[in-house]
Design a protein around this ligand. Structure first.
Ligand code: SF4
Length: 443
């Protein structure tokens, strides 16, 4: 199994209103030290991981995909990106057949596009988001509709034969007509790959705060409703299918032969290593993530230390749950790996055997109590809850006062319903903040 390499570049030109990722606007003076740190992390990854007790298995150390994401990695100088791309085969061997760069349309120039191709980058994921300027403006994006057409032409002219376009369903001011228009324009350009993300507003973003607290700056009042967003997604499903795109993951479509090989590794739980501030890694058994703050990340790498912020070793049950969950996300028929199939088989056998042993033990332990209860019932016909408790504790009941039924008690209770009734209070409405779900990664 080959490895995926993810490079995180957390620099943006501005902060989009809906975004709450660990990315931001940083001084350009940080760019070079950051790239140096990423290259050092790549070249010293084995020693850095070993120093913190993370094992990397030799059979998964050949990289076949590279994904440079962010942030806006297309802000980096092409020479800096080329250094990173060159470092990968030196560090991992093998030749990556898919090297993706995320780019924002306004950052694409003929010089950059040519340099990216020369560096071996062969796939561009373009953050289009919408073909409507009012929506782009409200979202705080730097590009406009015309930039998308210009970037597409420039990239094609530079020889890129694998482009992916992102669209966001649910931007402020979006409606069914504008959404349909965006789909029409996207399909006319016919990128090889399309991602459609349904906007989930994070309460920590500027738009999220406006949704919670009110205001008119970011268009919170013009965010489409959930039903509208669902219908936008359905329309995308129909239009993309009709145009020959395969819907291979919940947010992703591709023309035949153009599924994202790198992203498939995440959805198939294959190993990947992330480099840079906040980058996540997974070696099949353990996940870990670097510190999010770029300056802290650079400082740590410069002193030969891996700045791990989160680390989690997965139990077999967690691994199984992830396999099942991710399996649902991928719409193609899923075949479990042999190793996973064995793990599932072993897990099921363990659950069944434990349940059988437990029920046998419980039955044996409680046989005497069950006998006691049966005898008491034979004697009295009806037992109240105190009497049942006593029998189960093995205590003697006082001499039997035979009762025939509980009707008298029930009639007594009905005389004063206000004291007997337990009103079920409606649950308080969810706090406004908690009604805002976490966002999907949207660039
Ligand atoms: S959405 Fe993307 S481009 Fe916009 S601020 Fe967030 S990371 Fe940067």
């Amino acid at each position: 199994m080959k490895l995926g390499i993810y490079i995180q570049v957390p620099f943006c030109q501005t902060k989009c209103t809906y975004c709450n990722f660990h990315t931001g606007v940083f001084s350009r003076a940080l760019y070079d030290p950051y790239v140096n740190a990423v290259c050092r992390e790549l070249s010293e990854h084995a020693a850095l991981c070993r120093a913190v007790g993370i094992e990397l298995h030799a059979d998964s150390l050949e990289a076949d995909t590279v994904y440079i994401g962010g942030g806006t990695p297309s802000l980096l100088e092409p020479a800096a990106l080329a250094r990173i791309v060159e470092e990968v085969p030196s560090a991992f061997g093998g030749a990556a057949h898919e090297i993706t760069l995320e780019a924002d349309p306004e950052t694409v120039t003929p010089e950059k596009a040519a340099a990216w191709r020369a560096a071996g980058i062969n796939r561009i994921s373009l953050g289009v988001q919408s073909f409507h300027d009012a929506e782009l403006k409200a979202a705080g994006r730097m590009h406009r509709r015309a930039d998308v057409f210009s970037a597409e032409r420039t990239l094609r002219d530079a020889g890129f034969a694998n482009l992916s376009f992102d669209l966001i369903a649910g931007l402020p001011h979006q409606n069914s007509e504008s959404w349909s228009g965006s789909l029409t324009e996207l399909l006319a350009l016919r990128p090889e790959h399309v991602s459609v993300y349904m906007l989930e507003i994070d309460e920590g973003s500027r738009l999220g705060r406006e949704v919670l607290l009110g205001g008119a700056r970011y268009g919170a009042a013009a965010v489409p409703g959930d039903d509208d967003i669902a219908s936008f997604y359905e329309l995308a499903c129909e239009r993309l299918a009709a145009a020959g795109y395969e819907h291979y993951e919940i947010s992703n479509w591709a023309l035949p032969g153009f599924r994202s090989q790198h992203n498939l590794k995440y959805w198939r739980r294959e190993p990947y290593l992330g480099f840079g501030a906040g980058a996540h890694s997974f070696n099949g058994r353990e996940r870990w993530a670097n510190a999010h703050d770029p300056a802290a990340y650079v400082a740590a790498i410069e002193t030969g230390r891996l700045p791990i912020e989160q680390r989690e070793r997965l139990s077999p049950q967690q691994a199984l749950e992830e396999e099942l969950f991710l399996g649902r996300e991928i719409t193609r028929t899923r075949n479990f790996s042999e190793q996973t199939a064995i793990a599932i088989d072993a897990e099921v056998k363990k659950i069944v055997t434990t349940a059988m042993k437990r029920s046998e033990k419980i039955l044996k332990q409680n046989m005497a109590k069950l006998h006691g209860l049966a005898n008491a019932l034979l004697e009295r016909e009806i037992l109240d809850s105190d009497e049942i408790d006593k029998v189960l504790r093995g205590e003697e009941l006082p001499p039997a006062e035979r009762r025939t039924n509980g009707q008298d008690e029930q009639n007594e209770a009905r005389k004063n319903p206000s004291e007997q009734a337990v009103k079920v209070k409606p649950e308080p409405a969810a706090a406004a903040g908690s009604s805002i779900p976490k966002p999907k990664k949207i660039q």
